[in-house]
Design a protein around this ligand. Structure first.
Ligand SMILES: Nc1ncnc2c1ncn2[C@@H]1O[C@H](COP(=O)(O)OP(=O)(O)OP(=O)(O)O)[C@@H](O)[C@H]1O
Ligand SMILES: [Mg+2]
Length: 497
């Protein structure tokens, strides 16, 4: 219980002490020490001074009163009141601490005093001394402060009593002067200490602050930042370690960038080759296989006309149907490999064709909305990339989504092309995609978009459908027959899409 409280206290203390800067901590420690030392010494000195000065005042009072008593004996005996009065006045004048002197006879009547006109009668009984006593001193509280009143018998009490009052005001003044001197010294030492501590912490924290600065720059991605080694101490070692770390980070970043660049070139080459190959096979199917099949069909029809046997005619009819079906399949295959409409009429038309075939072939119903694109043609690499992206996203809907509807939005806005493919299917956990090397579709979508400087965002949650957002910046250079030029360049660069 007790240790728990102590633990909590120390945690709170460190939370508080840790929240302020090193400079504040050092300044605080220096100031607290100087002020504590100054105050302690001042209090000690004041106490010692008070007791010494009080003792001296008391001794001085006794000695003055005894002196006046000795000198007034004869004057009382010869009843020389004038001289007695002079003696009292002289004694007061000679000592600044003496507030009053008065002499009483044995009956307690006042023989001489220094009060001028009005003698304060209550003073008479404030202090008395017996004849056998040496002296008696008491502290009297008056309007002027404390008065040390000493009574000394004259001629062993046979001639009267001398009373002397000494004020402690002088003593207080001395104490005040010394105290203010000491406080002034404390203040001066505090100021010098603060300045010295400020300089020290500046020297100490400067390299640390420059390290913090550099670390923030590294966090922002500036790996070229280095810090200066200020001194050969621990902070200097830290600076060196920091520089070594940023150097190796920079090297690693450079190597990564080179690797990325190589990979991008490789991927772009592979995609270009793939696109070329698809084009070639599509052309081959169209120009070669389709033509051969068409010739076969024509031949079969001619044969059918000349054939007389019903059985053979039936067989020829069947063969012709097979040939027609094969021709359609070859045509479909050629279209899927590389639709010529993409090259001839552009992306919206090619997507429209693809979606209508998709709707015929699958139970999922897809629709296409195009915004902001007129008759203008887009750069060939962008058209190819977006066509393949939509193709893959729609294939995924059929294969994985169990959706009833899918929609494709193609939009040109703010110098960017956006494509969104959405479905109302079962969705999936996006965070798991990309860990399995067997799934390349979404990876390919991302690759194609990134090769054109674009980005891909996939939003999906199990049970809530999937949306694939693709954004590709458009280089707004004048098009016109530029589109054609792009089209011709497509095989080397366009395939890169
Ligand atoms: N529209 C979608 N609805 C539900 N799940 C999807 C959808 N699209 C992708 N997925 C999930 O993401 C995974 C990765 O898709 P990806 O296209 O990368 O690979 P794949 O389709 O499995 O294989 P392939 O490499 O042939 O495309 C899929 O296996 C599927 O689980
Ligand atoms: Mg896929």
């Amino acid at each position: 219980m007790e240790s728990g409280r102590r633990h909590r206290f120390s945690r709170r203390f460190w939370a508080w002490a840790g929240a302020v800067s090193i400079r504040t901590k050092v300044l605080g420690i220096v100031l607290a020490l100087v002020i504590m030392l100054g105050m302690g010494v001042t209090i000690q000195v004041r106490a010692a001074l008070l007791s010494t000065l009080t003792e001296r005042l008391q001794a001085q009072g006794i000695s003055i009163a005894r002196d006046v008593a000795a000198r007034s004996t004869d004057l009382i005996l010869v009843n020389d009141l004038y001289a007695l009065h002079q003696l009292a006045l002289e004694t007061q004048a000679n000592n600044a601490d003496v507030r009053y002197v008065f002499v009483l006879d044995t009956e307690g009547r006042i023989l001489a005093h220094t009060f001028g006109e009005g003698f304060p009668m209550d003073l008479l009984d404030a202090n008395t001394v017996g004849p056998e006593e040496h002296h008696r001193g008491v502290w009297l509280r008056t309007d002027e402060g404390l008065i040390w009143d000493v009574a000394v018998p004259v001629f062993e009490g046979q001639a009267g009593v001398v009373r002397v009052g000494l004020s402690e005001r002088g003593m207080r003044q001395t104490m005040r002067a010394i105290t203010s001197q000491m406080l002034l010294t404390t203040g001066l030492v505090s100021a010098v200490g603060t300045a010295a501590a400020g300089l020290l912490t500046w020297i100490l924290t400067r390299p640390i602050l420059s390290l913090v600065d550099a670390a923030k720059a590294v966090e922002r991605g500036d790996l070229t930042r280095r810090v200066e080694r200020w001194a050969d101490d621990e902070i200097g070692d830290l600076a060196e370690a920091f520089n070594a770390m940023t150097e190796s980070l920079e090297r690693a970043a450079q190597e990564r960038a080179e690797r990325d660049e190589l990979r991008a070139r490789y991927v772009s080459g592979v995609i270009a080759a793939q696109e070329e190959e698809r084009k070639r096979i599509a052309r081959e199917l169209h120009d070669g296989t389709s033509q051969t099949l068409t010739s076969l069909l024509v031949g079969l029809r001619t044969l059918e006309g000349t054939c007389v046997r019903e059985e053979s005619r039936q067989q020829l009819e069947d063969l012709r149907r097979v040939a027609v079906q094969t021709l359609e399949e070859v045509h479909d295959l050629a279209l899927r490999l590389r639709p010529s409409v993409l090259d001839d009429l552009g992306l919206p038309a090619a997507l429209g064709r693809h979606i209508s075939e998709y709707n015929q072939r699958h139970s999922v119903k897809a629709d296409l909305v195009v915004h902001g694109l007129g008759e203008e043609r887009l750069p060939a690499p962008v058209e190819t990339a977006l066509y393949r992206i939509v193709q893959e996203a729609l294939t995924n809907v059929v294969r994985h989504a169990r959706a009833r509807h899918a929609s494709v939005l193609l939009e040109k806005r703010d110098g960017c092309l956006r494509v969104v493919v959405e479905d109302d299917g079962q969705g999936f956990d996006v965070s798991t995609v990309g860990r399995d090397s067997r799934h390349l579709g979404l990876y390919g979508i991302r690759e194609r978009a990134e090769l054109l400087g674009g980005s891909v965002k996939i939003e999906s949650e199990p049970g809530r459908g999937t949306s694939v957002f693709v954004e590709i910046p458009l280089d707004e250079s004048p098009s016109g027959d530029g589109a054609e030029t792009e089209r011709e360049r497509a095989p080397e660069k366009g395939g890169a899409a």
